[in-house]
Design a protein. Structure first.
Length: 342
């Protein structure tokens, strides 16, 4: 009977030969040790929580648009009446009228709710990134911390808009229009080149976004170079995951149950997986050689010197008898010495 293989020894051997595998294992240990899944779950919670106030804001914006475009409102209500007959269609039309009338209140409540959820989300994200870097930071006051979180949220929004702009520019329609304007659309192989260029441009936008997130959102400054390495891993994984997500949505929305529950489940999986990907990539960036060399090493505890004082109560009974005997022998010896001299 053959012995079971020693997987730990095999892994240690592979880690010694392949530095990238050793780095991945160290990053996974950092991710697990710093409770990466716990932080990812918190980010997912606040992301889903923010959906409802954002929907309220969207309804308010739609209300402001429709109140100034009555022909659009009439067209929407007529389409509802045709496709949803009976009392249910009338109920939907009345709900639309109510939403338009209360658009200001709905918008204000939605903005306040989105602000609360957004601050909670970015605070959890910053704490998670700081934990992955194992950075030491002093917690400031409540208002100062929230102000910094709000600035980080606005900065993240700007970076996200920039990244989405690059992704939109990388879209096939925009690039194809540019090629037609340059009269290059009939060049052989231009379609393949356009596809490759679009993917690379979208990847560059995602890479820039994740580099900013990993390097600037932690509560303490970190290395740009290490953050860029981790962000590249996150960008590649995110682009692959987006393609898989598109396939998933196309498959689950084919049935009535999938139309109702598929997008919700897909959103939860997407947010949770993306959060884990970002945090693991941050742990990967935090465990590069230069990051470990610059890591904060806590000072050892101060040495405490204790003076040890032992107090003796004097010799015991045996000690006293021994001293008496020694004294008697000494006296006899002295007396004998004197007698000899005489």
């Amino acid at each position: 009977m053959s012995a079971m293989p020693d997987f730990k020894a095999m892994l240690d051997d592979r880690r010694a030969r392949w530095p990238w595998l050793d780095h991945t294992v160290v990053a996974a240990q950092r991710y697990q040790g710093q409770k990466g899944d716990y932080y990812a779950a918190g980010m997912t919670y606040f992301s889903v929580l923010a959906l409802f106030p954002l929907l309220m804001v969207a309804f308010a914006v739609a209300g402001f648009v429709l109140v100034n475009q009555p022909e659009w409102l009439a067209e929407i209500q007529s389409q509802i009446a045709e496709n949803v007959p009976g009392s249910f269609g009338e109920t939907i039309s009345s709900l639309i009228d109510t939403a338009i009338e209360s658009r200001t209140g709905v918008g204000v409540i939605g903005l306040l709710g989105a602000l609360y959820a957004g601050l909670g989300w970015v605070a959890n994200l910053r704490e998670a990134l700081t934990a992955m870097w194992e950075s030491q930071h002093e917690s400031g006051g409540f208002l100062a911390t929230k102000a910094k979180d709000l600035a980080a949220l606005l900065g993240l929004g700007a970076a996200l808009v920039l990244s989405l702009g690059l992704s939109a520019l990388a879209g096939g329609g925009v690039m194809r229009g540019i090629l037609e304007w340059l009269n290059l659309d009939s060049v052989p192989g231009v379609g393949v080149a356009l596809r490759v260029f679009s993917i690379l441009l979208a990847l560059a936008g995602t890479w820039a976004l994740f580099t900013w997130v990993i390097s600037r959102l932690p509560r303490e400054p970190v290395s740009w170079r290490s953050a860029a390495k981790g962000a590249l891993l996150a960008a590649v994984g995110f682009e692959i995951f987006k393609q898989l997500g598109a396939i998933y949505l196309a498959s689950v929305t084919s049935g009535p149950a999938g139309v109702v529950f598929g997008p919700i489940i897909g959103l939860l999986v997407f947010v949770f997986t993306t959060s884990r990907l970002v945090l693991f990539s941050t742990a990967f960036a935090a465990t590069t050689r230069e990051s470990l060399a610059d890591a904060h090493v806590p000072a050892p505890d101060p040495a405490v010197i204790n003076t040890r004082l032992e107090v003796s109560d004097g010799p015991g009974v045996k000690g006293g008898l021994a001293l008496v005997g020694a004294g008697a022998l000494a006296a006899l010896g002295i007396a004998g010495f004197r007698n000899r001299r005489r």
